[in-house]
Design a protein around this ligand. Structure first.
Ligand code: NAD
Ligand code: ZN
Length: 359
């Protein structure tokens, strides 16, 4: 098991990654001050039968433990479930010294974290991520829910007390979800660490048989990169925006296809390929990296673009992105592997590249 620290300006907290990281949970809770009165575990109906009993059994019999099981799927990161969680917390008698445990993927982490951030003006919570993607979402303090008019539009910054990442949980994760999370690992490497990117490229040729050693190493490095960015820019006024690499087109694809049709990571992988291409045009560098990455992503099982996507519609979506600036699309681009910057991309260039990308 490995331990890291997220040292954000407003809070420092530990991250435990590895087989049996769950053993840390009771120890951590015991050390919290003031002492924890009650615990509410929030999870979903896929995760509950697999891991809820195991987690609950670890908690001290001196603490009252309540459970709230939500349906799975990103559409459940909703106002209705946010209210249901608050109602459950009130009915269970949670007070300001209580603790919420978010047991699940990014959907649960975001929702339960947002519940914790607002219940009685903010109580403590611990993230227990169970998906590969959640190596990203569980770290950094962004919590929130979806609004009909936009994904992740309502939320708060609220850091957990700790992140406990029992990677044995990934063994039950379907391969398409592994692939989704792995796209964010590739992203962390591409924006910040060329050596890490080359190592991933060398070692990971299939996502069905990723040895847990390789995966753990990749997760730890990915978390380290994210933690480092959050340390420098907790509230996304600067470098944190670089984590958006691949997300400008990625989000537009997700929205165009309808949420849930493609996993987030499949869309981000397509978005990263596009961002490499735009970067090559902007910086005047050869497309060799894009070619190489395309081949690798296909080998790993990322899907080709579906037919029927239209450049104009995607462009309109990209302009609505939170990062757009006075109607001009801003994208994270790579002047080289391991280095990223946020740049305004002129419309004609973007349109031309998008048309050839879709062709
Ligand atoms: P998810 O939580 O919906 O999980 C994906 C699926 O896997 C679900 O059906 C879930 O029930 C199932 N599952 C979870 N763990 C499992 C396990 N161990 N075994 C078997 N099945 C399991 O999705 P996700 O991909 O983890 O997260 C996506 C969410 O994260 C999105 O809402 C996204 O907006 C959010 N996100 C947040 C941040 C952030 O900084 N807060 C960053 C990236 C993504
Ligand atoms: Zn993402």
């Amino acid at each position: 098991m490995e331990q890291l620290t997220v040292a954000a300006p407003s809070k420092h907290y530990p991250v435990f990654v590895g087989e049996n990281a769950l053993q840390q949970l009771p120890l951590l809770i015991q050390e919290l001050t003031p002492a924890v009165t009650r615990i509410l575990i929030i999870t979903d109906d896929n995760v509950a039968p697999l891991y809820l009993g195991k987690v609950a059994a670890l908690l001290s019999s001196e603490t009252t433990v309540h459970e709230h099981i939500l349906p799975h799927g990103d559409q459940e990161k909703s106002f209705a479930n946010y209210i249901a969680c608050q109602t459950k917390a009130l009915e269970s008698g949670l007070d300001r010294r209580s603790l919420i445990i978010a047991l699940g993927g990014g959907m649960i982490g975001d929702l339960a974290g947002f519940v914790a951030s607002t219940y009685m003006r903010g109580i403590r919570f611990i993230q227990v991520p169970t998906t590969l993607l959640a190596h990203d979402s569980a770290v950094g303090g962004k919590t929130g829910i979806n609004h009909e008019l936009g994904k992740n539009m309502i939320g708060a910054f609220h850091h957990p007390e700790a992140v406990i990442y029992p990677i044995e949980c990934l063994r039950t994760l379907p391969v398409n979800e592994i692939r989704s999370g792995f796209a964010e690992v590739i992203k962390h490497a591409l924006i910040k660490d060329e050596v890490f990117y080359r190592a991933l490229h060398e070692e990971v040729r299939s996502l069905t048989e990723v040895g847990s050693g390789t995966l753990q190493k990749a997760i730890v490095t990915g978390i380290q990169i994210k933690a480092d960015i959050v340390r420098q820019d907790e509230r996304e006024n600067g470098v944190r925006a670089l984590l958006n690499f691949g997300h400008t087109l990625g989000h537009a694809i997700e929205a165009e296809l309808g949420y849930g049709k493609w996993t987030h990571g499949d869309a981000v992988a397509a978005g990263m390929r596009f961002a490499l291409r735009v970067g090559a045009a902007v910086y005047g560098i050869p497309l060799i990296e894009e070619k190489e990455m395309n081949a690798w992503l296909i080998e790993l099982g990322y899907p080709p673009l579906p037919a029927g996507l239209e450049a104009e519609r995607l462009l309109a979506r990209m302009k609505k992105d939170k990062k757009s600036h006075r109607g001009t699309v801003q994208m994270v681009l790579l002047p080289r592997i391991g280095r990223a910057e946020l740049l305004e991309v002129p419309d004609p260039l973007l349109k031309r590249e998008l048309q050839s990308f879709l062709a």
